[in-house]
Design a protein. Sequence first.
Length: 261
Amino acid sequence: MERRMIVCDLDGTLLDSHGLVSERTRLAVRRLHGAGHVFVIATARPVRDTRHVAMALGGTPIAICGNGSITFDFVRDEVVAFRPLTEAHVVEALAVLRDRFPGVRLGAECRLELVLEESFYVPPALSWTARRVPRLEEALDRHAVGKLMVQLDGTARHYYESVRGLLGGCEVTISADVFCEVMRAGVTKAAALELMAGSLGFAFRDVIAFGDMPNDLPMLTWAGTAVAVANAHPAVLASADEVTASNDDDGVAEWLERLTG
């Protein structure tokens, strides 16, 4: 069997609606490794919220996190690559957002630290380590911002196009409905994945990618085979080569079981 690199989003794709890895998925990933394939996580999650998933899956030492802004090796416990916003883009983005959206709530992933304004809502399970500040500009290391987080009233899928229109020099996307995300121009899961694949001796045609949300589209477009879960965003379903079962029905595991026989 030809050796493949499988890259998979987490929330809404590999994980069920409770954010858990099913036993079927664990077994499928382990069989994948046993067959000589490589499995890589590619997620919008920060490193701290990816670690326990990587450990549960086993054999997944390196993960692309923060929508491609940071790549982390969990075995060596170190950052492999970090692609922050430039200081100029951080300053400009904050000024433009404040001016256009007076009630905007802001946060930032600063390398391995989460900084959130006091009014910014993230589920407690994902924000218990956050440093809370009254105003982001007053507490930010502008040289270490891998990702800005922008929150307005309503769901992110309804306002992220407005944010993207304002910040033309950056990558703007969504991975969940609670906020949209701003990265350095050219920073995507796909860009980080291409570098990783090359270092491991894989070409794009050897890569199979799984996803569910617009932030997965660059990765799905780049990969040789793009697979959407049935619960995916309409744009993802439209772009995929194949559609598997939903995340709650172990769609990724089902597809991988066919690959490994």
